[in-house]
Write a protein that binds this ligand. Structure first.
Ligand SMILES: C[S@@+](CC[C@H](N)C(=O)[O-])C[C@H]1O[C@@H](n2cnc3c(N)ncnc32)[C@H](O)[C@@H]1O
Length: 409
């Protein structure tokens, strides 16, 4: 776990230096058939291009467990990424945790969500100072985290959530535990939303997307909240902003511009998605590539054809039907004669290459995520608050497992 302001700053510097190797992570192998760095690293390029799909999957799952023939330059980048992102876990003590264990607390909370809620709640119970009079759960959804903390501490709970339709269920679940829970339908991006946090509050946010984490931290600082703990997610979500501006002076000074589409790299790890979703995604990627190859052939243009978000009625049962539907919809030509089986196989091969070459880019995913979360932690220290940053659960339970905690003494 990182907590001393100097340690946070030092880590930001290390990560900034790593992320400045932009030529390695900016070019996207999905849309470029040859990446600029390949000319400088022909051995690495050839090694990646030879990898089989099972080998690629194995490296994606365990990027730091590499085989004997891995080129040295890749080992060097992988170990730099591993060192820069090493971060310990928060202590999860037993203090008050017994209150989490009753069967009613986890009622209606699905398995992985419960593991996240329990791990987060244990960190909160371990770190929160005495004297708080209320829990505020920011972007609470059904209020699972707030309810668990209410059950463990006996404190009243305020749930802030934009989707008012979740209110009745959140109230019903809290009612089973006889908790004092208030559901407030509110937009956490609204500049006035911070009024729901006051000085005696422990404010928590489990998977508060991008800008929602920012408004939580700003609100907690303004109110002088006793404690604020947040696990950010969807770092590319900017709310009404059109560009990413770091919250901390330190990160702004690092001068590492991140365009909105580049921020997506920070969450581009689907290794933990259910197998069915991963298979569907893999097929979709290869169909996109196969379609792109056909359009290139028909037009003679060497540029990637993006399909954007697929329409819900895009054919999913046959590659040929998929291509004809997309071509008609986007008014794009297909070759006058083409063999659907060969074109589909070509798409699969292109998708394999894109995924293999993407292993280099993937080494920068966690560094970018940690850089963004560190920026939020440093904002707290610049506001005169303490800040701790660490993992609150295993990556297997959630890839978005970083947590910032700031508890006033
Ligand atoms: C990823 S979910 C997390 C929910 C809950 N914290 C949990 O872990 O189960 C994000 C939640 O933020 C809510 N949300 C999104 N935008 C919001 C906004 N502008 N104001 C308040 N809530 C918002 C969503 O409706 C959703 O319930």
């Amino acid at each position: 776990m990182l907590q001393h302001p100097d340690a946070l700053l030092e880590r930001l510097d290390t990560l900034s230096a790593l992320m400045r190797r932009r030529h390695l992570w900016e070019p996207r192998p999905f849309i470029l058939h040859r990446l600029p760095w390949e000319d400088d690293h022909p051995d690495l390029s050839a090694w990646l291009r030879r990898l089989t799909t099972p080998q690629i999957l194995a490296i994606e799952e365990n990027p730091f467990v590499l085989q004997g023939d891995t080129p040295g330059v890749y080992l060097e980048w992988a170990s730099a990424s591993q060192a820069a992102t090493a971060i310990g876990a928060f202590a999860q003590g037993a203090k008050d945790a017994a209150g989490l264990e009753g069967p009613h607390v986890r009622f209606k909370i699905p398995g992985r969500k419960w593991t996240q809620v329990r791990s987060f709640a244990q960190v909160a119970l371990w770190t929160m100072p005495p004297g708080a009079t209320r829990i505020v759960d920011w972007c609470a959804g059904k209020g699972h985290l707030g309810r668990a903390l209410g059950a463990a501490t006996g404190l009243p709970v305020r749930l802030i959530e934009r989707q008012g339709r979740l209110g009745p269920l959140a109230r019903r679940l809290a009612g089973r535990l006889r908790l004092d829970v208030e559901f407030i339908e509110a937009d956490a991006l609204d500049p006035g939303a911070g009024r729901h946090i006051d000085a005696d509050t422990v404010a928590v946010g489990l998977h508060a997307c991008g800008a929602l984490t920012s408004t939580l931290l700003e609100g907690a600082c303004r109110a002088g909240a006793r404690a604020v703990l947040v696990a950010p997610c969807c770092h590319h979500f900017l709310g009404p902003a059109t560009s990413f501006i770091p919250m901390s002076r330190a990160a702004r000074d690092a001068d590492l511009p991140l365009a909105p589409h580049q921020l997506r790299l920070s969450i581009a790890d689907d290794v933990l998605a259910p197998g069915r979703d991963r298979r569907r995604r893999a097929r979709e990627q290869s169909w996109r590539q196969g379609f792109d190859l056909l359009v290139r052939e028909a037009t003679g243009r060497e540029a990637f054809t993006s399909l954007g978000i697929l329409p819900p009625d895009a054919p999913a049962d046959s590659f040929e039907r998929f291509c004809r539907a997309m071509a008609a919809q986007l008014d794009l030509p297909l070759p006058s004669r083409w063999d659907p089986d060969r074109a589909e196989a070509a798409g699969q091969e292109r998708a394999r290459l894109a995924r293999a070459l993407g292993l280099v880019r993937a080494l920068f995913r966690r560094p970018m995520e940690l850089w963004i979360v560190l920026d939020r932690a440093l904002y707290l220290t610049e506001q005169g608050r303490p800040a701790q940053l660490g993992a609150f659960c295993d990556r297997a339970d959630s890839p978005r497992n970083l947590l910032i905690a700031s508890c006033l003494p």
